[in-house]
Write a protein that binds this ligand. Structure first.
Ligand code: FEO
Length: 400
């Protein structure tokens, strides 16, 4: 059954939601699934804005066919070549062989990698660059290059008559669309923001400077609709969501708060971390506590972006760090977390090393501070160490 909805005058949503997928990029757990958004513009000329992941290809083709309602497809605009949006290019070209590809020079090289059987279409693609326009009738697309948000070929397209910005991965989120496709029809702050933050930080987080560059370009546009490739479409309160992106891409904490993230084999490090969290909370500081063995690393990364202070507690394991703690620190380095305050707690029954090893990894992050004192646990926290916990909580509060 076709499933299309209007998002603006002459612009139809033709995307699809995958509720069966377990992991995005076969890596990040997405229990709420994900949507692959795509759009058709109907005018004197018709245009399809990106395609879909192959898993939802049947629904997608049915939607595009219904949206075109017997008309030819004139243009297939490729804003992003990652296969979650591009894997149906081959099917689209086979079904609408007269469609002309619209993309930029960087896209062409990737098209040749993924779709070598379409050399004739690739060679005749309409190549666009920053500021170029494509008039479809009363709709005009203006192209905005957005390299590394999140691949080098990424571009956005601004439709001038409706103020719709097709944003590629930017402003996307994990989660499926259930009937409602607009952010103002769901409780985004309550039900979606955590997944949006997790999506941003893990997928695009490394490219904050590039996101900032695009936000500056977007600020010059008369924006009415943000149409991302994943998740709800924004037609109200755009500034609220753009504000989140501004914070995330500058790696500025969303709130003055503390994330306590611990690894623990048998509960002793967990118990000490909880005791520290209670002392911090007693100072009226918002605290959230996570067992790194019980959450996905992508959730921990997102919490590190949200909070201003990060408490890490790790056992010493085979002379190194406990693996979930090490994995988090490796990801924070890879994704470029910066400007955070850390407090550390280590455990070691015979040769504690974790504080030294965590310190070395944090020192690889830009502009991060490690508070003193650190707490060292030998097996389990002793009653005699209560004052050490108090001192660490005091240091966290003073640095907030
Ligand atoms: Fe949703 Fe970078 O692809």
């Amino acid at each position: 059954m076709q499933n299309i909805q209007s998002i603006a005058d002459g612009i139809l949503y033709v995307g699809a939601s995958d509720r069966r997928i377990a992991k995005f990029e076969n890596l990040f757990p997405i229990p709420r699934g994900v949507s692959y958004n795509s759009y058709v513009i109907l005018d004197e000329k018709t245009a399809l804005m990106d395609t879909c992941e192959m898993s939802m290809g049947g629904q997608f083709l049915e939607n595009v066919t219904a949206a075109l309602n017997g008309r030819a497809l004139d243009y297939l605009v490729i804003d992003h070549m990652e296969p979650d949006h591009a894997s149906m290019i081959d099917a689209v070209l086979l079904r609408w062989p007269d469609a002309q590809l619209v993309c930029n020079a960087k896209t062409v090289a990737m098209l040749r990698m993924y779709f070598p059987g379409h050399e004739d279409k690739i060679a005749s693609a309409l190549l666009v660059k920053e500021g170029d326009t494509l008039t479809l009738g009363r709709h005009t697309l203006q192209f905005i290059m957005a390299p590394m948000v999140h691949w080098p070929e990424v571009m956005m397209a601004y439709e001038t008559s409706t103020g719709t910005l097709f944003t590629a991965d930017a402003f996307g989120t994990f989660g499926t669309l259930g009937g409602s496709i607009f952010a103002d029809e769901v409780n985004f702050a309550e039900d979606w923001l955590d997944d949006a933050r997790r999506y941003y930080t893990n997928i695009v987080g490394k490219y904050g400077a590039q996101v900032q560059a695009v936000l500056k370009k977007a600020a010059a546009l008369d924006l009415h609709i943000l149409a991302p490739l994943h998740g709800p479409i924004w037609r109200r309160d755009l500034d609220w969501y753009i504000g989140k992106y501004d914070l995330w891409s500058r790696c500025v904490p969303e709130e003055k708060s503390v994330a306590v993230l611990y690894g623990s084999l048998y509960g002793n490090t967990a118990s000490a971390a909880e005791a520290l969290a209670a002392r911090i909370a007693a100072k009226n500081i918002p605290v959230r506590v996570f067992d790194l063995s019980c959450i996905d690393n992508s959730e921990a990364v997102a919490e590190c972006w949200r909070a201003s202070t990060i408490v890490l507690a790790s056992p010493t394991y085979n002379g190194g760090l406990y693996l979930p703690v090490e994995a988090l620190l490796n990801d924070l380095k890879a994704l470029g977390l910066h400007d955070r305050t850390f407090a550390l707690m280590e455990n070691g029954s015979w040769a504690p090393q974790a504080a030294r090893l965590m310190t070395a990894k944090i020192e690889e992050l830009k502009s991060c501070t490690i508070l003193e004192p650190k707490v060292t646990i030998r097996g389990r926290l002793s009653d005699a160490q209560q004052a050490e916990l108090d001192a660490e909580a005091e240091a966290v509060a003073a640095a907030l």
